[in-house]
Write a protein that binds this ligand. Sequence first.
Ligand SMILES: [Zn+2]
Length: 137
Amino acid sequence: MIKMSEETTVKKYFELINEQKLCAAHCASCDSLHLPPRLFCPNCNSKTTDWTQLGGEGTLRSFTVIHIAGTKYAEDVPYIVAIVALKEGPSVCARLVGVDPLKPEDIHVGDPVVADFEELSGSTSEEKATRLVFRPA
Ligand SMILES: [Zn+2]
């Protein structure tokens, strides 16, 4: 695991995602991991937080198929949003790709998944955006 001494904000979390790094806030006092990241540890209230890069392995905890989305994601439907329990402990919400959203009966809670990153098309170099996704492992 890689430790980084950057402030554990949600803004920094997405900057790390843009660098294709899935990271959790790590509490140096009680050695716990937190997603979404927090400036203070919700476990022991310490502010000695830093970043730990996660391996991206996890299991599918829950999912839903989105058929009606807001304007920004309307062209993406149908797609799957999942909650993944990561091997290191925290859970994270992200899209599940590499499966057929029209065959949800083929997707099972508990299935192993692995993190991946998608470069979002249409974004300019100043607005470079990367999306965290999970695929079947
Ligand atoms: Zn703590």
